[in-house]
Design a binder for this molecule. Structure first.
Ligand code: GLN
Length: 313
């Protein structure tokens, strides 16, 4: 006999209250000046259950910079266009290195370890850009987000994009290095322009959790019933999120939370409880690996209380 699970809505609001009371928040990302201005005190959470129940707490309606969470959606788009050919350009193994590491690229002939570290995501964006103008590629990414979230209000924060464009020297190094191996097809500055703008998409926890529903529901978009991707592909994207979604903090996230998840340096995390829920949390303070500190703490509490770990009770 399984124990009765707590009510989702009260659990989520309890967790939001607990997070509000905590003082350990980590540090906001400083290397993108526009993100350094965000108040570390924010905390938001939104959970969309498989039956459509929406449970929210804290600043769940406040838009934040989704940053690397965007990489889940660009991977989905690029897999749709290229299928398994995508894996010739980028691997799918955990990197065990920081998100912006350069050293691995040299050892591995410019092929990034996975699509979620910066180098891998830049390579995926380059594939989306091929055959298009940057504006069209960005339009495709933004329309996809709006469709998935059922919300035409999702926008790109131009100030954040410009801020990263001015200071993204490390990403420029990664992109140039890959270009030297022929891993990028387009001019580096165009690929980076699209990448910085996709990272600057602003969404609230509620919008992001809505956008993630297809990954919790075997690839199906619940509102339209459209199969965004086949169930097998949804399963595989979740697998890559579990193993690579938190960079060199992926093992710790799997250990503590037990769900596929993708973080961003804006402090957001999208987590998927397959068959059960799509979850977005936001707390701008980061841990040493660049993942939201309280976001992870909140997800750990949620997955434990709802018994959602994919590894069992
Ligand atoms: N735009 C950020 C960067 O490229 C994304 C990194 C992240 O969210 N981990 O550095």
């Amino acid at each position: 006999m399984s124990a009765t699970l707590p009510d989702l809505e009260s659990t989520v609001s309890e967790i939001a209250d607990e997070m509000r009371a905590r003082s350990d928040r980590g540090a906001v990302a400083h290397y993108i000046p526009e993100l350094a201005r965000v108040d570390a005190k924010h905390f938001g959470i939104a959970v969309i259950a498989a039956d459509g129940t929406v449970a929210c707490g804290g600043d769940s309606d406040m838009p934040f910079s989704i940053q690397s969470v965007s990489k889940v959606f660009t991977l989905t788009l690029a897999l749709g266009r290229y299928g398994d050919r995508l894996w010739r350009r980028v691997g799918r193994e955990p990197s065990g290195s920081p998100f912006n590491s350069i050293v691995q690229l040299e050892r591995e002939q410019g092929i990034p370890r996975n699509p979620f570290i910066n180098a891998g995501a830049i390579a995926v964006t380059d594939m989306i850009l091929s055959g298009h103008q940057p504006r069209e590629a960005l339009g495709e990414i933004l329309s996809f987000m709006r469709f998935l979230a059922d919300d035409t209000d999702v926008i790109i924060d131009e100030a954040v994009a410009a801020s990263e464009q001015r200071t993204g020297f490390r990403n420029a190094a990664l992109a140039n290095y890959m270009k030297s191996f022929g891993v990028l097809d387009n001019p580096v500055e165009l690929t980076l322009g699209v990448y910085f703008h996709q990272c600057a998409i602003a969404m609230s926890c509620k919008q992001l959790a809505m956008a993630g529903r297809f990954l919790a529901q075997s690839g199906c978009h619940p509102k339209t019933g459209l199969q965004v991707i086949q169930p097998e592909r949804a399963r595989r994207i979740n697998a890559v999120m579990l193993t690579c979604g938190h960079y060199d903090g992926s093992g710790e996230f799997a250990y503590r939370v037990g769900l596929p998840g993708k973080s961003g340096v804006g402090g957001g995390i999208l987590a998927i409880a397959p068959g059960k829920a799509s979850i977005a949390v936001w707390s701008p303070g980061l841990d040493a690996a660049g993942n939201s500190h309280l976001g992870r703490v909140a997800l750990e509490a949620l997955s434990k209380r709802m018994n959602w770990s994919i590894f069992g009770a």
